[in-house]
Design a protein around this ligand. Sequence first.
Ligand SMILES: Nc1ncnc2c1ncn2[C@@H]1O[C@H](COP(=O)(O)OP(=O)(O)O)[C@@H](O)[C@H]1O
Ligand SMILES: [Mg+2]
Length: 250
Amino acid sequence: MIAVEHVVKRYGAFAAVDDVDLEVQPGEIHGFLGPNGAGKTTTLRMIAGLLQPTAGRVVVNGHDMALEPEAAKGSLGFVPDRPFIYEKLTAGEFLRFHGGLYGIDGADIAPRVHEMLDLFELRRWEHELVESFSHGMKQRLVMSAAFLHRPRAVVVDEPMVGLDPRGARLIKAVFRRMSEGGVAILMSTHTLEVAEEMSHRISIINKGRIVVQGTVEDVRRLTGAGDEHFTSIFLRLTGGSGLQEIDEIV
Ligand SMILES: Nc1ncnc2c1ncn2[C@@H]1O[C@H](COP(=O)(O)OP(=O)(O)O)[C@@H](O)[C@H]1O
Ligand SMILES: [Mg+2]
């Protein structure tokens, strides 16, 4: 479970995140949707405990990030938008190293590493150096790491960027399976189709503020949009900001 309560992040007078409230229940995939610069990454980094909120509170699986950071971070998987991987490690080494950081070792680690490599179709490359991997393979490897320690909540920042259709399909299938196992998943995206297809619920953020929250159906109903395509609802709600970029994507 992830709870974000009235979270604010200010840089000087500028509020990058302005009173954001959202909750992701066990088993829920929550799409965090908004144009570039809306405040998605800043919010996700606060949830991951990498950035301190100016105000408000983050609770991960019952642990307040400010009061119990280790317990909160230990129960969370995080995939940043620009992950750092030690390129001189093999895929297997990277996952064993990551498992060690989260206290999985001894007899538990080898079968779990293999399980993740199988799940993300990387088993053939277990002993290959990460530096030889394609973008899609690296993305699948950081996802393997995020799920390795069996977190009950996972936060992923723009997971589909730069993936080919096959890679994107695989990741969507894994997210669905993990959510069916009770994992709470918060996924940022600026791609409307991804949010619509994957999410049980959606929060739309613009200029640091949540403008709409609910199921895709709720969003349609709340905005009185009828059969209007989600793209145009989104553009209307976000005042057309990020329009150029959205045009390129949809
Ligand atoms: N360290 C920082 N200092 C000042 N402004 C920042 C900083 N980090 C992010 N911002 C600004 O905050 C806003 C939100 O950024 P970000 O959370 O990265 O948006 P998104 O991930 O939705 O594209 C942007 O206007 C960005 O320029
Ligand atoms: Mg971002």
